[in-house]
Ligand binder design. Structure first.
Ligand code: FO1
Length: 318
């Protein structure tokens, strides 16, 4: 049995390799929900949707989020109301792009939640509707929201994650991050992490994708206890994030934006860190952080490379 801790785009691509492995009949993916947001009254779970659409081979390959062959009529038609939106209203926002096809998922999720279903129930229903070969579970059924405090003096200083990521294109300096609601939230997936032969930390942002999962009660303790079975893939290659603001956030929040910085974050909970060949010269520095270092090609540019990366991870800890 394999358990994977996942964020969005990087994790979803990595999971494609995991599910292709012959041994991967029993895979549970625990997905970050700190990025979740409500837009137009609809509950959006971006990382769950990215993982679902990617594994269903329905993702838009260029954007890495949303559905392929998308149209944007609903968004375009919201434009009619732009001039009449009252001050202080959050209606009619168009900075967060919801495609016409994608909207069906958010409509379904929101309706089921309103009927009293849990996020885990709905996530499973959506995964089954897309014929996914894995179990996908949200990190919690409770409301946890990643909140970002800006360091540029703008007000409000603290904003929800999607405002930082999409509206401001993650192009503002950040002072701190917190996971609102994490203290009271009940984690899901501990029953999958406990017996797993391999626990894989996908190449996701350690500070805003994996940290929300780690912030939930008991998760880090379990990972520490099962450290011999935990392997992480660095999302930082040659000092940069392959996608998104991981390198910038690491620098701004006092972490070295390199595989060594990633090693420091993961050494307490993982026994091995997989880094890219471009960082081979840093392998000794990684190991001096107390974590085994495995060097391989982590740039998932072909199905073969992605599957080989997943195999390397599993072999490292099984
Ligand atoms: N990312 C963007 O950069 N711009 C968008 O307008 C956007 C819309 C969106 C809608 C649904 C969804 O499931 C994901 C969406 N994403 C968008 C991706 C998402 O905001 C981020 O990739 C993650 O939150 C970071 O992991």
């Amino acid at each position: 049995m394999i358990a994977v801790l996942a964020g969005g785009v990087g994790a979803a691509r990595f999971l494609r390799g995991v599910v292709r492995l012959p041994k991967a009949s029993d895979v549970t993916v625990i997905v970050n929900t700190g990025d979740d947001t409500v837009m137009h009254g609809l509950h959006i779970s971006p990382d769950i949707d990215t993982v679902t659409y990617t594994l269903a081979e329905a993702i838009d390959p260029q954007r890495g989020w949303g559905l392929a062959d998308e149209s944007w009529n609903a968004m375009a038609n919201l434009g009619r109301y732009a001039s009449v939106i009252p001050d202080g209203s959050s209606a009619g926002q168009t900075w967060f792009n919801l495609g016409d096809r994608d909207l069906a998922t958010h409509l379904y999720r929101t309706a089921r939640l309103a009927e009293g279903a849990t996020l885990a129930d709905v996530t499973d229903e959506i995964a089954r509707a897309w014929d996914l070969p894995v179990r996908i579970i949200p990190m919690t059924n409770d409301r946890v929201r990643t909140m970002v405090t800006r360091a540029d003096g703008a007000t409000p200083r603290e904003i929800p994650f999607q405002e930082y990521f999409v509206k401001l294109r993650h192009d503002v300096p950040v002072e701190s991050i917190r996971f609102d609601g994490a203290d009271a939230a009940m984690p899901l997936g501990l029953d999958a992490l406990e017996p797993a032969d391999a626990i894989l930390i996908a190449p996701s942002n350690p500070l805003v994708s994996i940290a929300p999962l780690r912030s939930l009660a008991g998760v880090d303790d379990l990972l520490r206890r099962r450290r011999d079975h935990v392997v992480a893939v660095s999302p930082i290659v040659a000092g940069s994030a392959l996608k998104g603001p991981a390198d910038r956030l690491m620098r701004e929040l006092g972490h070295e934006p390199s595989v060594v910085g990633v090693a420091r974050l993961y050494a307490p909970i993982a026994s091995a860190l997989v880094i890219d060949e471009q960082d081979a010269a840093l392998a000794t520095a990684v190991e001096s952080e107390g974590i085994r270092c495995i060097v391989t090609n982590t740039i998932m540019s072909t199905p073969e490379i992605t599957t080989a990366l997943a195999r390397t991870c599993i072999e490292a800890v099984s």
